[in-house]
Design a protein around this ligand. Structure first.
Ligand code: FO1
Length: 303
């Protein structure tokens, strides 16, 4: 069964790690959010691509989810001495990724090509695609007039709530392999990611929502028991969709493209689509593989 997985954030990467364990490399393609990408220290930073890469390579901190477990921060500390307090922690090993990617693209590689080289360099056989090869940055227009890039909002400012709107700036073209991958899929899985900053970013690209809408789609709820497992989603839904945080709000947010949903045991009230209840909190790798297996066994009925 050909699966395309839409991913962003730490939760998305964790479930992808489980899926990659049970689905052969030729049958699983991930399309990863690049709306978080930005230039920092002159380097092109792609947090969600790197979070996927480190989780699939077994390099990530199981708890934190991003960065390389055991990494040191000597360059970061030195930079803080040179140019004052820093707000985005780039580890010494993590820097190799950013330097490699920045050089590859300076030498003319596309982000898709640089990503493929980085994945191979980290021993990952599954196909991991950036949603776009060009800048498509998520921008927060705040009620006080500030415009913040995602990580300026998420990390530097610590998710301020005065959001006027969220926009996606830059090229609306998906990376070349994205729409063909969706068209070749038997099933699309939307990871337990924040819809606004991890999935809408992908669906907003030309042709992607339409291609996905013609496929069976399973979404994994990022809302558990009325709370966001990670991050600010629990208050973004009431603010931006005027909905209480719930799996039903997630189904409705995606506007009819979701055919089935995976929720935490006990959360399946009034969803109106086929629902799988499970233990969806992934505290360790066994959880990731178990949940992935349950989803794949259950999703067979939809294809
Ligand atoms: N998240 C933080 O909360 N603080 C950080 O200093 C930080 C650094 C960082 C460096 C590389 C990277 O790939 C991710 C990093 N993240 C950090 C996570 C980042 O904010 C991602 O956008 C989140 O994973 C959500 O997508």
């Amino acid at each position: 069964m050909n699966v395309v997985y839409l991913s962003g954030g730490v939760g998305g990467a964790k479930l992808l790690d489980g899926l990659a364990e049970i689905i052969p490399a030729g049958e699983l393609t991930a399309v990863v959010n690049t709306g978080d990408d930005f230039v920092h220290w002159g380097l092109t930073i792609c947090p969600d691509l790197d979070t996927v890469m480190y989780n699939l390579a077994g390099l990530s901190d199981p708890g934190q989810g991003w960065g390389i477990v055991g990494d040191t921060f000597t360059a970061y500390e030195r930079m803080s001495r040179i140019s004052g307090p820093q707000w985005f922690q780039l580890g010494d090993q993590d820097l190799a990724t950013h330097i490699y990617r920045t050089k590859a693209m300076a030498d003319g590689a596309t982000l898709s090509q640089a990503t493929s080289q980085l994945m191979q360099g980290n021993g990952i056989d599954h196909r991991i695609l950036p949603m776009s090869d060009d800048w498509r940055q998520t921008v927060f227009l705040m009620t006080d007039g500030r415009e913040l890039l995602f990580n300026e909002w998420f990390v530097r400012e610590r998710t301020p709530r005065g959001i006027e709107s969220i926009g996606y700036q830059g090229d609306s073209q998906p990376a070349p392999a994205v729409v063909p991958a969706v068209e070749a899929a038997d099933l699309v899985i939307i990871g337990p990611s924040n819809p606004y900053v991890s999935i809408d970013t992908i669906l907003s690209l030309d042709g992607v929502r339409d291609a996905v809408s013609h496929k069976p789609v399973v979404a994994v709820s990022p809302i558990v028991g009325g709370q966001a497992v990670k991050g600010p989603l629990a208050w973004m839904l009431p603010l931006l969709d005027r909905r209480d945080p719930s799996p039903a709000a997630i189904v409705d947010h995606y506007g009819g493209i979701v055919d089935a949903i995976v929720v935490e045991t006990g959360d399946s009230a009034g969803l109106g689509v086929p629902t799988l209840e499970s233990a969806t909190i992934m505290g360790n790798r066994d959880d990731r593989v178990r949940l992935a297996g349950e989803i794949m066994n259950w999703a067979g009925q939809l294809v």
